[in-house]
Design a protein around this ligand. Structure first.
Ligand code: SF4
Length: 254
């Protein structure tokens, strides 16, 4: 069944890479997953660790276990992308989910709306949590939402709190957790506002304090500050506050 007009260029996707790895962040860290990284993101966070995926490139890299990487020309129609993912899934062994990541995947919601119903794996959507209308369009096909909440003092971008609030109102209809990247520059008032926001909308969901790390996985914030931030988040009414670094960097995983 074709779910979109095949002549509609908006339904074709600009991809960066497709590969198997371990999930490195949040409550599913350590699980084997396939990753579909979409290209393009307009936010420009200071700590972004996927700079190549910020722009739409000419090709998408596909890496299967034990094989050389292949290149596919962008953009790809949803049916083609679904076939590539199904083939990679069959060569990768059992996987917990397809992590749809970026860049910001929701910048290509027309592609996702056509692709997600065709997939062979449950979808874990990794997103900056700033595009609520796009999320509403695809939420019916998403199993898990991994939502970032951006602090201007850490990310170096304009405040997005109202967008985050509207986004979380929609995301909480699925399994969802919120990740907040922190470093030594975290602003105390912003931190309180972020914790209050999540506590008001969805107080029982996991709230992940994710220390910014360098390429070797060393934290850019000390233990005392992390301990105090976690305590303050709990005091704001959050029931499940956890401090978790990115584990894929420690594992040497992509
Ligand atoms: S939202 Fe994600 S992909 Fe976009 S700039 Fe920030 S960290 Fe990078």
């Amino acid at each position: 069944m074709t779910l979109h007009d095949p002549k509609d260029p908006a339904a074709a996707g600009w991809l960066d890479e497709i590969f198997p790895s371990f999930q490195g962040e949040g409550i599913h860290a350590g699980r084997r997953q396939l990753f579909l990284r979409l290209a393009g993101c307009g936010l420009g966070c200071r700590f972004c660790d996927t700079p190549r995926a910020l722009r739409r490139g000419a090709a998408c890299s596909v890496r299967a276990p034990g094989a050389a990487a292949e290149s596919l020309l962008n953009p790809l129609l949803p049916e083609r992308a679904a076939r590539v993912i199904a083939d990679l899934a069959s060569r990768s062994g059992p996987c917990h989910a397809l992590a749809v990541t970026g860049g910001e995947p929701l910048e290509q919601e027309a592609f996702l709306a056509a692709l997600l119903p065709l997939l062979c794996l449950p979808v874990l959507l990794e997103t900056a949590g700033t595009l609520p209308e796009a999320l509403a369009r695809v939420i019916g096909q998403v199993r898990v939402v991994s939502m970032d909440l951006k602090l201007p003092s850490v990310a170096g971008i304009a405040p997005c709190f109202e967008l985050h609030r509207r986004f979380l109102e929609i995301a909480r209809t699925r399994e969802v957790y919120v990740k907040v990247v922190v470093n030594a520059q975290v602003d105390a008032a912003e931190w309180r506002a972020a914790a209050r926001l999540v506590a008001e909308v969805a107080p029982a969901i996991p709230f992940i304090v994710q220390p910014e790390t360098d390429r070797r996985g060393r934290c850019r914030v000390d233990f005392e500050r992390l301990f105090a931030l976690a305590a303050e988040a709990s005091a704001a009414g959050l029931a499940d506050v956890r401090v978790l670094p990115q584990v894929h960097k420690m594992l040497g995983a992509p």
